[in-house]
Design a protein around this ligand. Structure first.
Ligand code: ATP
Length: 236
């Protein structure tokens, strides 16, 4: 059974159909990349899966449970976390306060403390800056904070929207190394990216999205060698 299964999903904004009947699956333990140009519908898919947007048709199943109509907070408590595009940290709250907000669906204080320790170990920079206002962090640090905040819910799967957006190359590499570590520690990853090269370099499998349709799918290493992917997405 797939951990996450999307069947015939359609999503519209009024008259504009952004997602036109797509199917994809994420198995437990996989890193899946969803790549596509600006406006292809990547963010729309993540918002629909996490309950922020309602779909027009189709089905979303998480661990065999139909979550298509569940509200976002219920989906989080089932074990799904979302790192939104553009980070969206709470600028006027400290790093620690932002992290604690990520644990809002959890109640066991000791377990929350233990998760915080794990996150500080993975992101030492967040511990060094725990009292600093999040709005004063650099872009890369805010991306780390957004990831750390999502991990505070102790998710089974983490959905990341364009983690490399607006970051310098050094930070991009660091963020993708961290995604690999998150995966190695047992969390399933679905990452949406315009930076196809980086995303394919860390993913197991990938789906290529064009104007609301999945046009290609396969092992990430095969897509890296695919001529049309090379031309359209890898600048080769
Ligand atoms: P980007 O990388 O630029 O975020 P994307 O692949 O994530 O692109 P989406 O943001 O999901 O793409 O947008 C898919 C389509 O839906 C686009 O044509 C976009 O213009 C449209 N769209 C997105 N949000 C809205 C909205 N709130 N109202 C109307 N149309 C929207």
């Amino acid at each position: 059974m797939a951990m996450l299964k999307i069947t015939d999903l359609e999503v519209s904004y009024g008259m504009i159909q952004a997602i036109r009947g797509i199917n994809f699956e994420v198995e437990q333990g996989e890193v899946i990349a969803l790549i596509g140009a600006n406006g292809a519908g990547k963010t729309t898919i993540l918002h629909t899966v996490t309950g922020l947007l309602k779909c027009k048709a189709g089905k979303i199943e998480f661990e065999g449970k139909d979550i298509t109509k569940l509200p976002g907070h219920k989906i989080v408590s089932l074990g799904m976390a979302h790192v939104p595009e553009g980070r969206r940290v709470f600028a006027d709250l400290s790093v620690l306060e932002n992290l604690k907000l990520g644990a809002y669906t959890r109640t066991d204080k000791q377990e929350i403390e233990d998760t915080l320790k794990v996150i500080y170990k993975r992101f030492p920079r967040l511990e060094e800056r725990k009292s600093q206002m999040a709005g004063t962090l650099s872009g890369g640090e805010q991306q780390m904070l957004a990831m750390g905040r999502a991990l505070m819910s102790h998710p089974k799967i983490i959905l990341m929207d364009e983690p490399s957006m607006g970051l310098s190359p050094i930070f991009v590499s660091e963020i993708f190394d961290i995604i690999k570590e998150i995966s190695a520690s047992g969390t399933t990853v679905l990452v949406v990216e315009q930076n196809a090269k980086k995303a394919l370099s860390i993913a197991d499998r990938a789906y290529v999205l064009e104007t609301g349709n999945i046009v290609l799918e396969g092992a990430a290493k095969d897509l890296l060698e695919n001529d049309s992917v090379k031309k359209a997405y890898l600048g080769e």
